[in-house]
Design a protein. Structure first.
Length: 221
């Protein structure tokens, strides 16, 4: 009996040891391999997003909606060229003819600004024909301007400087071409003219005349 009991005890111990080895072997098995990432393309599908989203985008991204109103402040201004959609460009010229024999003056109208309209002059080019040895006494571009305050000036005179470009025994040619930034406007009640004023020696023989061309754009309709 004692020998049978010893044999049963040894057999139970071997079974317990085998079971423990199986459990240990099973618990230390290698982890399953990671699932590779698969690219996903979302087309025309709105996705709700909450919170903050960080995105690294390559290529072109289309935005189908924009805010109806842009806020502008002194520290973060939004610059808008308000008159660009309604620009109407112009190039106009005028010729004074010879100065009068008493005061040596001549003038002509370059452009008539319609009532309630505004213009911006961007370039001016002029040529004067004068008797040899005589220079222009005075050249002015006269731009009307609706007063911003009661009693303010109704025009601005831009003094122009010409230089001699060519000469003959009896005639000198004086010219100038320059960019210009001049603003003109007409009151709502009537039109006004942009004019050229010219003065030379009335005692000199003709020609004593001048022509100018201005270019720019008219604002509004």
């Amino acid at each position: 009996m004692k020998q049978l009991a010893k044999r049963l005890s040894r057999t139970s111990g071997l079974v317990a040891l085998a079971t423990t080895l199986i459990l240990i072997s099973t618990g230390s098995a290698a982890a399953a391999p990671a699932v590779p990432s698969v690219p996903v393309s979302v087309v025309n599908t709105p996705l709700p997003v909450q919170g903050s989203v960080n995105a690294n985008v390559t290529g072109t991204v289309g935005v189908s909606s924009l805010p109806a109103k842009l806020n502008t402040t002194p520290t973060t201004p939004v610059y808008v060229d308000a008159d660009r959609p309604a620009r109407n460009g112009f190039n106009v010229s005028c010729f004074t003819g010879n100065v009068d024999s008493v005061y040596g003056q001549a003038s002509c109208t370059l452009l008539t600004i319609p009532a309630g309209r505004q213009v911006v002059i961007e370039t001016i080019s002029c040529q004067a024909e004068l008797y040899a040895g005589e220079g222009p006494g005075d050249v002015q571009l006269i731009v009307p301007n609706t007063p911003f305050t009661s009693g303010g000036p109704d025009h601005v005179s831009h003094l122009l400087t010409l230089t001699k470009q060519a000469s003959t025994p009896t005639l000198d040619i004086w010219r100038m071409t320059t960019p210009l930034r001049a603003y003109g406007s007409a009151p709502a009640t009537g039109s006004v003219d942009i004019g050229l004023f010219f003065r030379a020696n009335p005692a000199s023989p003709s020609p004593q005349d001048m022509s100018c061309t201005i270019s720019g754009y008219m604002v509004g309709q």
